[in-house]
Write a protein that binds this ligand. Sequence first.
Ligand code: FPP
Ligand code: MG
Length: 308
Amino acid sequence: MVLATEMGSSQPESSFDLSTYLVKRKEAIEVALDSALPVIYPETIYEAMRYSLLAGGKRLRPILCLASCELAGGTISMAMPTACALEMIHTMSLIHDDLPAMDNDDYRRGQLTNHKVYGENIAVLAGDGLLSYAFEFVATKTENVPPQQVLQVIAHLARAVGAAGLVSGQVVDMESEGKTDVSLETLNYIHAHKTGALLEASVVCGAILAGASAADLQRLYRFAQNIGLAFQIVDDILDITATQEELGKTAGKDVQAGKVTYPSLWGIEESRRQALQLVDDAKAQLAVFGSKAIPLLAIADFITSRSN
Ligand code: FPP
Ligand code: MG
């Protein structure tokens, strides 16, 4: 996908190739994740943590974090430990989400789920290990960032993953299962917390590390909230329209479980329209940043055009 730099129209020759950008960022993140977590004694737990952490995936959260840090004037190296931590936290949440006590899923990222390979006891501990290591990693590996900003990032991440974020989103999701009268308000709550909180933290933490102003953090926060919701709407659509091979996980689960989703409330066409509208609103938040926002604008478009 090539995005012309609309904002820098005085230089029409300049263009941004999102596919190359995503591949290069993903490669750098894979290298950082691989070296972040060596296998030591007791090998089983480190192998289980690495099994899920290094299983691929879009690496959207770390990519957003690096892009946001650069937009706010920081460097990739300043944000890389936080980017890795975001992927550790996200992976932990997927390992736990797939457990028999939660969604009881067999496939994730194109391979058997963690508990299917290592057993439930190790899978719980692999998630615990990744969650706590994420915070250790930010605290000990972040360089060239004032300690106050690192502290702010740790607090922001902790809030996004705890009962103010992911945990409550998951709880309301579980409580809504099997109900046919779930309101749009409840659905929005679930997704703002279960998926939105960590996507929002990815964008905001990148900018905090770069020392962004309160006004810029607000803009990035609103951008992230909108793309977070758009991401979830697209996820719901793909659950209906994509195959297991495309998704790397079981397809059609929402319909099978009788779950209330955006397409079940609005239909697929209206859901697509709403997702596009949210992405447009998100992009409008970044107008003030001019051409510095090009990577984030392109990532926002990618969220609605993706096939997995
Ligand atoms: C996938 O949703 C699950 C999440 C995005 C997060 C789940 C959150 C938890 C398990 C809480 C973890 C937090 C702690 C601190 C233990 P989904 O089931 O709708 O999507 P899927 O089809 O990808 O499984
Ligand atoms: Mg699930």
